[in-house]
Design a protein. Structure first.
Length: 256
């Protein structure tokens, strides 16, 4: 028998929630939200966009608030600055979708590629710039090399077999959201790695979908970000060994 909370969630559920974490994104947020809204309106029966403002010091919050006042399917969550991982967690836990996608505010992956996600049989479906058929547009070579080196470490230390853990577009079933996000601990660059580590641990099906990804200037990924992420990966493994994530809620599928 469904609990009252589970029943309420089921009755309120919509097809797709898109969570957009934003920190000082006033230069591109309006365009991103308008493009997302237009695609969702023409492609998805019921949807919502949740913008989580991560304590921005510019007009990000005002832009999202103004659009939300005119479009009831857009919501703003105003948060203090805690990092992208914290912003994504807050938005995903507030989402009502049967499927929940988090997406970078630069929209380097156009949402018209989402039908590939829905065609997958996964519980956790992630955009990949490395899977067969993926295309990268305009990425600086140094960023690419650094990203490949980081992913090699991730595959060795935390999530073997996943070729691109850091692309900022990941979709989760509502059940996967409820299993994974309440127990996450990382707020920094490696929060994606933690999610995939926990998904693998829970036996959820992880699927990589090749995408066309366009580099957008203005990335906040720096050398110190990558150095800090190495420590975060070690913390993820350590937390797992110490049982700090608790026991997996249930093992519904054998992950691949």
């Amino acid at each position: 028998m469904l609990s009252y909370d589970a029943f309420t969630r089921a009755m309120d559920a919509i097809d797709l929630s898109v969570v957009i974490p934003a920190f000082n994104e006033s230069g591109r947020l309006l365009d991103t939200l308008q493009r997302c809204r237009d695609w969702l309106h023409s492609s998805v029966p019921s949807w919502e966009i949740i913008v989580v403002d991560d304590g921005s010091a510019d007009e990000t919050r005002a832009i999202a608030s103004d659009l939300a006042a005119r479009e009831p399917r857009i919501r703003l969550i105003a948060a203090s600055h805690s990092g992208k991982g914290a912003a994504v967690r807050r938005g995903m836990l507030a989402a009502r979708g049967r499927w929940c996608l988090f997406a970078d505010a630069d929209l380097s992956m156009d949402l018209n590629q989402l039908p590939r996600f829905f065609a997958s049989d996964g519980d956790v479906i992630i955009a990949s710039r490395e899977a067969a058929g993926a295309v990268r547009v305009g990425e600086p070579w140094l960023r690419h090399v650094a990203g490949r080196a980081f992913n090699l470490l991730v595959r060795l230390a935390a999530v073997p077999g996943v070729h691109d853990t850091q692309c900022g577009y990941k979709m989760f079933s509502a059940d996967a959201v409820r299993q994974l996000f309440p127990v996450t601990r990382q707020n920094g660059f490696a929060f994606d790695v933690e999610l995939l580590f926990l998904a693998r641990r829970a036996g959820l099906r992880i699927r990589e979908v090749p995408i066309t990804w366009t580099y957008r200037p203005g990335s906040r990924v720096r050398l110190r970000t990558g150095v800090a992420a190495f420590g975060q990966i070690l913390a993820i493994r350590w937390n797992g060994l110490l049982g700090r994530y608790g026991a997996p809620a249930r093992r519904v599928h054998q992950a691949t």
